[in-house]
Design a protein. Structure first.
Ligand SMILES: [Zn+2]
Length: 124
């Protein structure tokens, strides 16, 4: 089913250096999914990308999802694919907006598409 919505992947300096300008995202380590969003501007709280647990700024760089990879809306699969403990950890941060969360098992083709300066300034 076509999703009719542009999805984005936000990430940190380190991952950006590894991915480059054009790349394909795969799950890393024990992660089951690649996290995506339909928000064209990064919102740290809405995306759950606070820096409380991870010190990297994972809203530093934006990638545009290309093509038509397999994706799921988090809210559609959260009960079947995530344990209650996982959901609590993911959803528990104040301001988290689950309706903007999408996940993909990978691979996900992406193109580097820097955050517009106006949006980047607003969140700093
Ligand atoms: Zn990093």
């Amino acid at each position: 089913m076509p999703r009719h919505v542009q999805l984005w992947h936000y990430t940190c300096d380190h991952a950006h250096a590894a991915i480059g300008a054009v790349g394909t995202l795969h799950t890393i380590g024990v992660a089951r999914y690649i996290w995506l969003t339909d928000l064209a501007e990064p919102d740290r709280d809405a995306l759950g990308l606070t820096m409380r647990l991870v010190t990297c700024d994972r809203t530093a760089h934006r990638y545009r999802v290309m093509g038509d990879p397999i994706v799921y809306r988090y809210s559609d699969v959260r009960l079947g694919d995530f344990t209650a403990t996982e959901r609590d950890g993911l959803e528990g941060e104040p301001g988290a907006l689950l309706r903007h969360w999408w996940i993909a098992p990978g691979p996900v083709p992406v193109l580097y598409d820097p955050i517009p300066a106006r949006a980047a300034r607003r969140i700093r």
